[in-house]
Design a protein around this ligand. Structure first.
Ligand code: BDR
Ligand code: CA
Length: 311
């Protein structure tokens, strides 16, 4: 079987790291385009380079926008991922270099060079994708699939704007541009993430038997796991890893609904909410395949493989 070919937009970030380890284990990565989000762009770029070093890969890293498209600055997620986005472990300066080309231009170039071949996996605020779309609205014609980690489809968000999920809430205008431009995409939302958390004890056993990838993940995820425990979030939550599983193997999805989804750009309490037209009342094109359930055993097997923890 030929490997999936992925182009990953990301803001590493602890769960981004697990997703990138999965991509490396199960697919080919054409490039990592980097957004600001979980922490500032300087940290997210550096963290991506640290991962490229760890994997011994030559994956190009493209730095993108350092702020949201319109309103800045937004609150980041350093209180979950650590001040440096990687649990404040204190890694040395990575050897892998970032490429001069900016992320939005790289997204356009790579999809022009390989039309119809690449699955675009969006694990961050959608700033880079939106900018690329404004430069070239034909981008959707050239990607095989788009998989987005973002949103909270029944309003159970994870930000100060209660119904908003972080990736969408950080840059709602960018999400709006992307959701309007792509005729179809897979949406893996925060609520699905919570339903597919891993058992803590089981996950720790994988970290124990895994290789250097498990060691890195164990170290960088401590801060986020402590935060989650304190905030009554159960299990090991791996939002971006779930989206990556869907990108690598769409047959892992066991239940989904395709609906029109729009982004709230205003709203006193709701800016950044993903509004789903569940009953089809608005007559809008249903563009989002909302992932509701995946095969948890297969998801777990993909994660174990990525951590070198197969027994
Ligand atoms: C999303 O926000 C970030 O904190 C995570 O990396 C993930 O992409 C979850 O809401
Ligand atoms: Ca992310």
């Amino acid at each position: 079987m030929t490997k999936p070919q992925l182009l990953i937009d990301t803001d590493p970030g602890v769960d981004d790291a697990l997703a990138i380890l999965m991509a490396h284990a199960h697919a080919d990565i054409a490039g990592l385009s980097i957004a600001a989000g979980n922490v500032g762009l300087g940290h997210t770029v550096r963290n991506a380079r640290t991962l490229v070093d760890l994997l011994g890969a030559s994956t190009p890293v493209f730095a993108g926008c350092s702020t949201p498209l319109v309103r800045a600055p937004s609150e980041d997620a350093a209180f979950v991922h650590g001040q440096d986005g990687f649990g404040d472990v204190g890694f040395p300066e990575p050897k892998a270099l970032q490429t001069d080309e900016s992320a939005a231009l790289a997204l356009l170039r790579l999809t022009r060079e390989r039309p119809g071949e690449l699955t675009l996996v969006a694990l961050a605020p959608l700033t880079n994708l939106a900018l690329a779309l404004r430069l070239d609205p034909t981008l959707p014609d050239r990607v095989a699939r788009l998989v987005v980690m973002g949103g909270a489809v029944t309003g159970h968000g994870n930000t100060g704007n209660v119904p908003a999920e972080f990736n969408i809430g950080f840059d709602p205008e960018a999400a709006h541009v992307v959701f309007e431009a792509f005729p179809q995409f897979d949406l893996v939302d925060w609520e699905a993430t919570l339903r597919h958390a891993f058992d803590e004890v089981q996950f720790d056993a994988w970290l124990q038997v895994g290789d250097h990838r498990a060691d890195l993940y164990g170290r960088i995820s401590r801060t986020a796991r402590t935060y989650n425990l304190k905030h009554a979030r159960r299990g090991v939550i791996a939002a971006d890893a779930l989206a990556m599983a869907v990108a690598i193997d769409p047959s892992i999805v066991t239940r989904s609904e395709t609906r029109a989804v729009a982004v709230e750009l205003d709203g006193r309490l709701t800016r950044g909410a993903t509004v789903v037209d569940w009953a089809g009342r608005l007559g809008r094109r249903a563009q989002a395949k909302i992932v509701l359930e995946v095969d948890q055993d297969r998801f777990a097997a993909m994660v174990r493989h990525a951590l070198g923890a197969e027994t």
